[in-house]
Design a protein around this ligand. Sequence first.
Ligand code: LMR
Length: 408
Amino acid sequence: AWANLQAAPADKILGLTVLYNKDTNPSKINLGVGAYRDNNGKPWILPSVKKAEEVLAKTEESKEYVPIVGSPKFNELIKTLLYSHDDAGKQLLKDGRVLTSQGISGTGSLRVLGEFVRTFYPTSKKVLVPNPTWANHVAILEKAGLTTEKYKYYDFKTNALDEQGMLADLAAAEPGTVVLLHACCHNPTGVDPKLEQWDKILDVISEKKLLPFLDMAYQGFGSGSPIEDLGILFKFNKAVADGKLSNFVLSQSFAKNMGLYGERVGSLSLITSGPEETVRVKSQLEKVIRPLYSSPPSHGSKLVEIILSDEAIYQQWLKDVKVMADRLIEMRALLYDKLKNTYKNPLNWDHLLNQKGMFCYTGLSEEQVKKLIDKSVYLTSDGRISIAGIYPANVDYLAKAIHEVTTN
Ligand code: LMR
């Protein structure tokens, strides 16, 4: 049956890990996948997660299926984490307008929301996505049966937000179109709109009645605090509470900020007009999820429940997030210093310091990326580097390699 089947190209991000693992060069560096590494380049199980594992080992009573949308406790805690830190969010909760569901990390949450929007959103089947965006976004949304189109986002000349281009593209959209927005730490560019730019974006969204589809995979990596990074969500909550926006949807992941990559745990939220609509929407959401994966995995979500409900462990988690965010900032500075001061690289590297989160969009060309891969430095072909893969012992090799490919 598969005799004429062509091999598919390797995944643009995860395929790099496969190449990296095969490479025998002891100096090899993996700056491909966005996965946190510690100062020795090792994966890190968060101390808060270790504590939660201990609690879970002692208290877990069953491995029974959890409900289709996840456990009621998980969903209550998600609402508290995301919607209880601002007045508008609290009001939405009080009015019964927030529906949440566990999702299979960011990807699964995006897919379920994509399926839901395609099936039930009457106005549009098109999603506007930023140019550029996470490579998997387009694939997820299109597999869910939606079409995608790019809006201007990144100014490739200045390495900053193309504010005018973005506003103009959104203003030119068909009324009611879905628009995908990264809530913080834009992947791959690390460039987020400033809070006052979000106000302008929200004005256009409101005017054109666009449906915002927020994706929040790096909550905490922008400011070092998962709560402070909700600043954008607060604006959307307020816009809904003020009647400027009728709703939005949100996907969220604990892969990065709890380091629960392989546990596949995250959430999705939908805003409704009130409790009665919430019940109806939930019933249809269950019909979307059940044939896809029946019900979500429970080990990771139980860890999340413990972390979000045990005050001491929660405080530890906030510290853990800060440790990760701070280390990324340090590595940005270290690489910048090596490039500019040790190797006297003539290019402008300010964006290394200015961009936020796990990634730096270096501006390296595809040709330069190929040359770096020849030197066993793995990064995506668009020139994105995962800062998390940098640590004190490899930064010199990395800076030297970047210097060589940008000056020869
Ligand atoms: C990334 O962009 O590297 C991460 O979101 C991991 C992934 O699944 O691509």
